[in-house]
Design a protein around this ligand. Structure first.
Ligand code: UGA
Length: 446
């Protein structure tokens, strides 16, 4: 018989994991302490934007394969495998906040009365699984309860596809029984040829931190190159494209621009750095610190560029900010470079109006001091500068000639360097981007 699965924590990772396991034929119970969230999910509604997830949740809630609860007792009675997908946000000191995760284990453990497997999915500092395993042994009602670590690599915006067909699976286990249980849960993915790395829990924890930190480093590297491009008048877009053709480098996560944000890369980088400091690995800590520094500087470089386009003074200038989400196909504004740049422009006295195709409500809640518009035209009305901050497909389909009619200045700063310059230039716009020569430099060359 297929194992029955509980998923503790119904954020991006937990809800996606629960829904895709239901899609693969398992009976799944999602648990969250947030009653509103559980009520929404139980009604088949996902309380955040993630393409395809709504439909999956609604379908499997309707069949009864997927249910949600706030009761640890119900979860303990139901599950053979309990996935822990509790958030580990950044604490004030840059470390991962583990209290919610520890709390979840402390709630669940005493209620477990048969041999079951707990599987951590949350991103945690190395050694967390070992500490939790000890806590579990102290608290559990059954000696056959075990803990494994199985990091999650899904990305927001493509979470469902990533979960159904991951690049790889990592099983951090302490026994063959745990490996067998995980092989059963992931039998469809394994049968489809997804590679599995079977290792110990500490190594599995480190794989996840290394993966996110490497991605962050790759993005900061190309943004460091972007800074050099500005100094020498070269074009970072062409550099990134050429580098990406080298299969040893690869073009993925090599897009220059505003840098990385969201609920994962920044906090995992800082958590990993804090751990490097703890271990006295000062060079590693320096490397990771510089990755963070270059990333944050991209936001400031954008402000500098917009200020320069406004003749050196932002006070009273009207800026249309296109995009607030940390990436397209998401309404997540956690540590969003787009929203941070909009706030930085506002702090310098610019009148900033933000538009986002999906993150309007979350952006309004996060930054009520900014102006918010429901349409691109409203955001751009009388703008001195339009700044493209999140590379939504919708923005690639804008009509530059129509927008030219509503703005005060035809200046477009493309912070993501993804818009096709030709139609904008034809409609009389002046285009600027980080790491790319401006029109004056280009004219000087010809
Ligand atoms: C990231 C990882 O990519 C996932 O593998 C991981 O599972 C997830 O964190 C997590 O730990 O939960 P995610 O935060 O959804 O996923 O987003 P990414 O696609 O990695 O993008 C992160 C940020 O980097 C975004 O702000 C994006 O705009 C930026 N980015 C991405 C760039 O600036 N350049 C790029 O080339 C790629």
């Amino acid at each position: 018989m297929s194992p029955r699965i509980t998923v503790v924590g119904t954020g991006y990772v937990g809800t996606t994991h629960a829904a895709t396991l239901a899609e693969l034929g398992f009976r799944v119970l999602g648990l969250d302490i947030d009653e509103d969230r559980v009520a929404a999910l139980s009604a088949g509604r996902v309380p955040f934007v993630e393409p395809g997830l709504d439909e999956l949740v609604a379908r499997h809630v309707a069949t009864g394969a997927l249910r949600f609860t706030t009761s640890y007792r119900e979860a303990a009675a139901f599950g053979d495998v309990h996935f822990l997908c509790v958030p580990t946000p950044e604490a004030a000191d840059g470390r991962a906040e583990l209290k919610p995760l520890v709390g979840a284990v402390e709630e669940l453990a005493p209620l477990l009365t048969r041999p079951v497997l707990l599987v951590g999915k949350s991103t945690v500092p190395v050694g967390t699984a070992a500490d939790l395993a000890k806590r579990l042994t102290d608290l559990t009602g059954h000696p056959g309860v075990e803990l494994a670590w199985n990091p999650e690599f899904l990305r927001e915006g493509t979470a469902v596809a990533d979960s159904l067909r991951p690049d790889r699976l990592v099983f951090g286990v302490s026994s063959p029984a745990a490996t067998a249980a995980l092989r059963e849960v992931y039998r469809v993915q394994l049968a489809a040829g997804v590679p599995a790395v079977v290792t110990d829990p500490a190594t599995a924890e480190l794989v996840k931190l290394s993966a996110n930190t490497f991605l962050a480093t790759k993005i900061s590297f190309i943004n460091a190159v972007s800074e050099v491009c500005e100094a020498v008048g070269a074009d970072v877009g062409a550099v990134a494209a050429a580098l990406g053709h080298d299969p040893r480098i690869g073009g993925a996560h090599l897009r220059p621009g505003l840098g990385f944000g969201g609920g994962c890369l920044p906090k995992d980088l800082r958590s990993f750095r804090a751990q490097a400091v703890d271990f006295g690995l000062t060079d590693t800590a320096t490397l990771l610190g510089v990755v963070d520094l270059i990333n944050n500087r991209a936001r400031q470089r954008l402000v500098d560029l917009v200020r320069a386009e406004c003749g050196g003074e932002l006070r009273g200038r009207r800026v249309a900010a296109l995009g607030a989400a940390f990436k397209p196909d998401s309404d997540d504004v956690r540590d969003s470079p787009a929203l941070a740049a909009a706030v930085a422009l506002h702090r310098e006295g610019a009148v900033v109006t933000v538009h986002d195709p999906a993150a309007g409500p979350t952006a309004r809640r996060a930054e009520p001091r900014l102006r918010h518009a429901d349409t691109v035209v409203d955001a751009c009305r009388d703008a001195d500068v339009v700044v493209h901050l999140t590379e939504w497909r919708d923005y690639g389909e804008l009509d530059p000639a129509a927008l030219a009619e509503v703005v005060r200045g035809r200046v477009l700063v493309d912070a993501r360097t993804t818009l096709d310059p030709a139609p904008w230039q034809e409609a009389g716009w002046r285009l600027r981007a980080l790491g790319r020569p401006g029109p004056e430099q280009r004219e000087g060359e010809s």
